[in-house]
Design a protein around this ligand. Structure first.
Ligand code: F6P
Length: 341
């Protein structure tokens, strides 16, 4: 087979082990592997590399994606969509493995609707792609948040400050919720819930009355504080998403806490650190299993599907059913986490 691979959307640790496993599995069966550079832009512009064993075998511990990525959306016009389809056919691809989040996978679903053989692999540190327990990059991001909270605890305690830590998570609070609990946060604000600032202030007061001089608050970037407006001219990407970091929810919350509780408060935006660095053991193994399974699916002719993991078991679901949907943080987990505050 001739198998194409691309990585689209925000990068995430675990992409390289995924590409590696797809390539090694395909090459071992005598396939040819073509890498498209910078996500859908590479297909649109016919920008490719040939992936051989030497290119792929050593990248299991590398962060980012060695194929590059972008937020290119070929669905923006029929011309760009046609360019993608023409280049797909010109390369005589028997399968294209598209590794990405909702945006990348929605393009994959559209190509599949148009009859092209596509297999999807869920990647996003936000972990919000439905039908799968884990997306590539989530575990490493949670580890980064946990380590950051551990570090922020000592500086906050030394200065007797409250610290607001803004983490990624546009529509879902997986990183905020799981990272916050792992790092012992005193309060977590999630995009899944209306922020209850009175409850936050009351809890921080209780913490202070108990004799603790510092507090850690985690807030997901997607949390909307009242009718806090977006800054004028806030940037959007090709899929129409506003750059939420510009909203500065962490900094706004820090000011509110400081004013209301007269407690010196600092804010930190963890930002792209959450997407950087070497993938965790979990993300390396998850990516490896996803990459190998995607090639096996291509060989079985299982197209228009996305590989998923439930517990330890791998299976697949139709791409059609996942595009445009968000998997929000498990309500049972939210309830248990709330019980801690
Ligand atoms: O990959 C998803 C995401 O991490 C979001 O949580 C965040 O809002 C966005 O990417 C930031 O992306 P960019 O790299 O374009 O700043």
């Amino acid at each position: 087979m001739i198998i194409g691979v691309l990585t689209g959307g925000g990068d995430a640790p675990g992409l390289n082990p995924t590409i590696r496993a797809a390539a090694l599995t395909a090459l071992a069966q005598g396939d040819q592997v073509i890498g498209f550079l910078d996500g859908w832009r590479g297909v649109q512009r016919n920008n490719t590399i040939s992936i051989d064993l030497a290119w792929a075998e050593r990248i299991y511990d590398e962060g980012g994606t060695n194929l590059g990525t972008s937020r290119t959306n070929p669905m923006r016009s029929e011309d760009t969509m046609n360019a993608v389809i023409e280049n797909f056919k010109a390369k005589k691809l028997d399968a294209l493995i598209a590794i990405g989040g909702d945006d990348t996978l929605s393009v994959a679903a559209e190509l599949s609707r148009r009859g092209l053989p596509v297999v999807g692999v869920p990647k996003t540190m936000d972990n919000d792609v439905p039908e799968t327990d884990y997306c590539i990059g989530f575990d490493t991001a949670v580890n980064t948040v946990t380590e950051s909270l551990d570090k922020l605890r000592t500086t906050s305690a030394s200065h007797h400050r409250a610290m607001v830590v803004e983490v990624m998570g546009r529509d879902a609070g997986w990183v905020a919720g799981i990272g916050g609990v792992a790092g012992g946060a005193d309060y977590i604000l999630l995009p899944e819930e209306e922020p209850d600032l009175e409850a936050l202030y009351a809890h921080l007061e209780t913490v202070r009355e108990r004799g603790r001089s510092y507090a850690l608050v985690v807030v997901a970037e997607g949390v909307q504080l009242g009718n806090m407006p977006l800054p004028e001219n806030a940037k959007t990407d090709a899929f129409g998403h506003v750059q939420l970091a510009e909203k500065a929810v962490g900094e706004t919350l820090a000011r509110l806490i400081e004013e209301r509780l007269a407690w010196e408060t600092r804010s930190v935006v963890l930002g792209h650190l959450q997407r950087g660095g070497s993938p965790s053991a979990f993300d390396r193994v998850l990516g490896t299993r996803y990459g190998a399974t995607a090639v096996e699916m291509a060989h079985r002719g299982e197209f228009g599907q996305m590989v998923v993991i439930k517990g330890w078991q791998l299976s697949s679901v139709p791409l059609e059913g996942i595009a445009g949907k968000t998997k929000t943080l498990d309500p049972t987990f939210i309830k248990q986490a709330r019980g801690l505050f």
